[in-house]
Write a protein that binds this ligand. Structure first.
Ligand SMILES: [Mg+2]
Length: 251
């Protein structure tokens, strides 16, 4: 999608340049050379042609600047819209929509290449209690800090998004089961470390559900649903732990 957009931008630029050059040439030959010849009595030679080009550019310059300026503003607005549509303003992470679009695309490619990996669903334990005890502002700050820690605990190629409320989702491509478990254990440990927000020390934990994908299982909606189910099982097993979704053992 990005590539296509970039390609489109470049083709616009090339078309715009060609039209601009043609316009300069036609304008210069048909009109300006004659005007300069008549006005300054400069003969119709290469010097007259050169001055013609300069004058034409000077006349066209404001229009070119206006068009480019509008284009830049439009791109800025598009970027802002893209951010609003795909990002979570509180944590600065991408949102569920971005995750689903991006991952369904990557899953197709990764599973075709025989790569395996996991979709992970995490929920903060007792988050409602934090909101009730300290207020929503502290609750929001806690979510921001959790987002930062989560981001720091995964690899560069992993994708993390805020799903909703105190729920976060991960896409870990190209990893085996053992490596996924190492990452998940690290996430659980990282969230267990105390958070200090406005002089309040807040202790929390997280319940994690893991759903592995393969050539057969590559539909993002069901992977998320399965990871969510596993996460609830982790909650039932006393929280601050993880569970792996198992098809033979649906819960
Ligand atoms: Mg919760």
């Amino acid at each position: 999608m990005e590539m296509k957009k970039k390609h489109l931008k470049w083709s616009y630029k090339i078309i715009f340049s060609i039209i601009g050059l043609l316009f300069i040439k036609v304008f210069e030959f048909a009109f300006l050379n004659r005007v300069i010849h008549w006005f300054w009595k400069i003969p119709l030679d290469s010097m007259g042609e050169f001055i013609g080009i300069i004058v034409t550019i000077l006349i066209l310059l404001p229009f070119i600047i206006i068009v480019l300026n509008q284009r830049i503003r439009l791109e800025g607005a598009e970027e802002k819209y893209r951010k609003l549509a795909y990002y979570d303003p509180l944590t600065g992470l991408s949102n569920r929509r971005y995750f689903e679009e991006k991952v369904s695309h990557s899953l197709m490619q990764d599973s075709k290449e025989g790569k395996i990996g996991a979709v992970i669903f995490i929920d903060i334990d007792g988050f409602k209690l934090v909101n009730d005890t300290y207020g929503h502002e502290i609750g929001d700050s806690l979510l921001k800090e959790i987002g930062k820690r989560l981001l720091a605990s995964v690899r560069k190629e992993d994708l993390i998004s805020r799903f909703a409320g105190d729920e976060f989702i991960f896409y870990l491509p190209n990893v085996d089961k053992a490596s996924v478990l190492i990452i998940v254990k690290r996430i659980i440990e990282d969230i267990n470390k105390p958070f200090v927000i406005n002089n309040n020390t807040i202790l929390t934990s997280t319940s994690v559900g893991i759903s592995f994908f393969s050539e057969k299982r590559k539909d993002i909606k069901s992977l998320l649903r399965n990871a969510d189910k596993a996460m609830y099982k982790a909650k039932l097993h006393g929280k601050n732990t993880y569970e792996i979704f198992n098809e033979d053992n649906e819960y």
